[in-house]
Every structure is written in C-alpha cells, then in structure tokens.
Design a protein around this ligand. Sequence first.
Ligand code: ADP
Ligand code: ZN
Length: 691
Amino acid sequence: MGQSNDNNTDSQNKMSETGKDNSSKKPKFNFNFYWIYGIIALIFFGMQFLNLGTGAKQTTWEIFERDMLKTQEVNRIVVVNNEQVEIYIKKEKLNDEKYRDVRSRTIGNSLNLGPHYYFNISSVDYFLNELKSAQESYPSDLKKLHTESETRKNWGGEILGWLFPIILMIGLWIFIMRRMSGGSGGGAGGIFSIGKSKAALFDAKKQINITFKDVAALEEAKEEVMEIVEFLKKPQKFTKLGAKIPKGILLIGPPGTGKTLLAKAVAGEAGVPFFSLTGSDFVEMFVGVGAARVRDLFTQAKEKAPCIIFIDEIDAIGRSRGKGQFSGANDERENTLNSLLSEMDGFTTNSGVIILAATNRPEILDSALLRPGRFDRQIGIDKPDLVGREAIFTVHLKPLKLKKDIKPKNLALQTPGFAGADIANVCNEAALIAARYNKKFVDMNDFQNAIDRVIGGLEKKTKIISPEEKEIVAYHEAGHAVAGWYLEFADPLVKVSIVPRGLAALGYAQYLPKEQYLYRTEKLLDEICMSLGGRAAEDIIFGKISTGATSDLERITKVAYNMVTIYGMNNKIGNLSFYDPQKGEYSFTKPYSESTAQTIDIEVRNLIATAYQRALKLLRDKKDQLEAVAKELLKREVIFQEDIVRLIGESPFATTEPQKHKDLAKKARKKSNGASKKKPKPIKKTTKADS
Ligand code: ADP
Ligand code: ZN
C-alpha cells in the first residue's frame, strides 16, 4: 500500500497546482467574508461618529438649574429612555460666550440645533419634582417649562445583539466546513467542494508506469483482466460483435495481495486514466454527501472515458443494507450505496468507464452490488504460494544490490503466509538493514533479520526478561516444537525463537505449511494438539501453567468451534454447518436451539481436553527431547530445523508426505479459484507468536 499512497499524494499535488493556475487567470477581486466584517465595523464606527456629531456636553443638575433654567435660556427639556435628560438651549442665547463650546457642531462647524447638554438621572419622578419645585421658587411671571419624554432605541447595541450570534454561527459553520473538507480548503471552493469526490486521478500518460510485468504471481487474475485491457484499447472490436464488457470487477482477497497493483497495471497497460479512491472516502458526517460524491465521481469519469475507477475497500459502503443493528447510523451509507448502484446502471456498457473494486470480505457485500450489470465478475486473489512468492521476490529483488548467493527460492521458502506487500516490505527492510551496517551488498543475514522483523515487529533488544521467564518461554516453545515433531499431520517446523519481539510476543515457532486447501479432521486435531504443546510442556516441567499460552488457546478455541459448528466434524452434532456469511461476529440470534448450543459447548470442551491429554502424554514420553530442545533454545535463542534434527533425530514423519497430498492440494486450488471461493477456510496462521 505504501507505494500507492505515495502516488496518490503526488497526483493530488499535481491537481491542486493546475487548479491554482486556473484561478489566477480569474479577476483578482473575489468576494470574501472579511468584506462583511469590514462593512459592519464601518457602520458601527460611523454611528459612533454621528453621536459625537451632536456634540452634547455633559453637565449636572446644579449647573443646569443655576445657569440655564433660572436664566430662562432653556428651550426644551427631553427625558430620554427615563435615564438621561437632554437640554436644548434657546437659539438666540447660543451666541453667549458661555455656550461657545456647544454652539456649533463638532463636524462641519454649522449651528448646533441641540441637544446641547445632557446629564444622567437616577429617577424620573425625582427629577420632575426637583424641576417643579425649582420652577415654583422662581418669580411667577417666568414661563414654566414642561419636559418631553422620548424613548430612543440604541441601534448600535440592538444590531450588535442580533448580529453577533449570527456572525458567530456563520463563522463556526465555515470553520467546520473547512475542517470537514480535509483542511485543504484554503482558498478556492472551501465549503462548496464537500460534495466533490476525493478520487485521486492518475493521468495515464504521465503517472502510471505500472504494467503487468510488475505484477508477479497473479497469473489467472491477469488473464481475466487482460480482456478489460483489450476492451479499453479497442472497444469497437467487442461492440461490433454485440459483446458487453462487464462494468464492474470485484477483486477479492486479503490485504496486501496486490489488488491495487493489479488495477493500476490494467490502467497502465491500457494507457487510460485511473481514478483511485477508497470506500471510506465517500463516508462523511453529513447526509447526502456520499451520494453527491458518487455522482461527482461518475461525472468526472465520464468526461475522461475511457478510464478506470478503482474503489478500494468497497465494503465500507457496499455492506448489505438493512443489516445494521443501529439502523439510524446506516442511512447515509445506504444512500451512498444506492446512488452507486444507480450510477452503475446509468452508464451504458460502451461508455468506457470500468470499475474495479477491492474487498477482502465479499460475504458482507450487498447482493445488489453483485448482480449482473454491476460487479458481476469476481476475481479471487489469494496470498501467494511458494512459486508465487518466488516470483514476487524476483520482482522486488531486482532494484536491490545483492550478494551473489541470494536466491528468491530460498527466501520464498522462509516466508510462508506472506502477502505481496509483506514481501515488498522484507526486501526494503533488508536493504535498510544492510545500509545501516554500511555494507556494499545486501546479504542473506540482512534478509533473515528483515523477515524476523516483519513477522514479529521490531526486535526488542531492551526488553528485559527475567531468567525464570526466559526458561518458561524456552520450554513453552520447545513444547510446540517437539509436539509438532512427533505428530503426523502437523506442519514441519522452520525455526523456533525466544527473542522477544514487539509488545506481546515473547517467542515464536514458525512452520512451513503445506500448500493445501482441504484439511482432514486428523490434521486439525494434530494442529490443536501441537498448539497445546506449549502449555503442556510448562505443566510437565514446572508443574504450573502461565499466561504464555493465551494466544494458542484463542486460536485453537476458534478452530475447535469451527470443526464442530461449521465443518461438520463432530459425531454428536453431525453433518451440519451453521456458517452464515451474512452475519457478523456479534450476532445475537443463533440458528440452533439452546440444547444444541449446550452440546456444542460440551463437544468443543471435550475435543480440546482430549487433545490436551494427548499433548501431555506425548511430551511426557519425549521429556528428554523436550529438555534437549529447551536447553539449546536457552543457549542460542534461535534454532532451526537442522538443529532439532541434530538434537533429537529426524521426525518420524519427515519424508512420508505422499504424492497424493500434493495432487489433492493442486486440485483443490484449481477448484477454489473458481466456484468455491466463498467456502470458509480453517483459521490458519503460520507463525505462532506467544504472549
Ligand atoms: P492490496 O490493494 O491488495 O491491499 P496492494 O496492491 O496495495 O495490495 O499491494 C501493496 C504492495 O505490495 C504493492 O505496491 C507491491 O509493491 C506489493 N505487491 C503485492 N502483490 C504483489 C505482486 N503480486 N507482485 C508484485 N508486488 C506485489
Ligand atoms: Zn505457544
């Protein structure tokens, strides 16, 4: 995935650059929210200014009474909002020297018509009383003044009260929108691009230089998609004959097996543009966004046709509808899926848009997606087998400077269960390790370290383990190794290590599984027995058990339940399989009765108890060998198959693998590439790490 991500960001950068070019051609002025802020600020400022313009001066009751009221110079008295008194001086008196300050307006120097003075009052009644008694004390021939009252709105405050929350909300909204659209909405678009698809566009000519040569191993898949390439190159050849090319192809397989790579190679071979995005790109918090993005994607794609759309992890949107337990949260996803379906129906087969989608959980996809006319063709992509791994190693070793003795075959042998991405990772790690030691060439030692690292995470040199713990781990791992050694159907051992790695694993045993697709009951029982070998060894040697076997137990519990409930390998339950691919792990309804459930539990428990007794007996019989292997492990920390042969002799079953087995495996593989893809496979791990 790493590589493809790099490409993605590259292409996005390119796109945004071209975007900038376009916008710079537009006129410079563009509407901006800061303008609104500016205008509002100006209005406030202006109003403030107008107020000042009246030029009223503050005064007090005493001054007012003594110098203006008594002297008969007041024209009007206005009580404003019951809290302020404004005084208008008679026009003819304004020429007096004492009114020089208020005579004219502060702006414009024209005659000030008032109010000329103001003062604050705490109570209107009190003021009116004062005024009345003051006027009564004057000579009676003086004219009595009456007050007027006026309610005045404070427009500034009012507007502020209204506007402020609105501005705040708009601001918040813009902020959230920017966040949602990926934080990139600096300039153009911003909020308005939320419904745009996030697909990264790889332009055929420049960016895709991946061809089928870069895709190793997946021969059958390549053959299938070859037809697509042909169609994209020469559509007439097919349409002339009336043939329809599938609109959608579903690539099914575990992560890292090269699905993205294959899709890119198709685009690269055909020389067409390639839209790449993942299912979760459609998912957004807002209702309707996913659907809008789907539509936008298809509009873009149709413009660029012929082209390829690649949707990784389509299960993020394509999950079967109406199955969710918390339905409300799924409505948006359903809308997205519906619009994807209708878009796929909407374009005709010869429009030249082909959708490749990848998933590793085809069983949870909505059946409507898999109907003819949508993703009607499915290509299974499995983890590579020995030959496949060799081919992938060959591809990824090419750019490295290697020591002569490195053979892809040897590396493939040591990496059972690795996917293409893991192999690419190993090659890169090995080169990094070699570089760290300033080597001229990458040698086998570097590859060993790289493989270990990929399996177990970083080696923890600093992790401190007490000698007692180390002894327990050594016996535990030796228990696995020795038990497997004497079990007919157990996978052959590759190496055992008690070097602590990662956070949890204190040690691990690595096996080379036979490439096979059908498992007999005996094989599964032997595997369970071998997995219990670790705990059994602790039990025998120390008389105590530890948490070291947790992951072993987890694994075998699963296998045992599968044997009883899915593979029909239990007499009491019989040939029934309760496998339901549509159901999640945490489903509350069971397709069997309560009493069957009890029987299942009992049978599983019996199965594991029997296997444990078998492991105990085996290891008691082979206690000397167990001791020998454990001592060697404590001494050297990592031992290989040869060391065990040297210590305890060849495994009695080492060479007895009949040819029949291989044939069976081959046949099974052929079949599984076709119809039987959906069959559940036994849970299987090649590397057993112990906490
Ligand atoms: P997926 O999409 O299945 O998760 P990718 O296609 O992203 O996996 O694979 C990740 C990387 O692993 C690729 O970029 C490539 O380097 C490597 N890889 C995977 N499968 C193969 C293969 N069959 N041949 C060569 N390289 C592979
Ligand atoms: Zn174990």
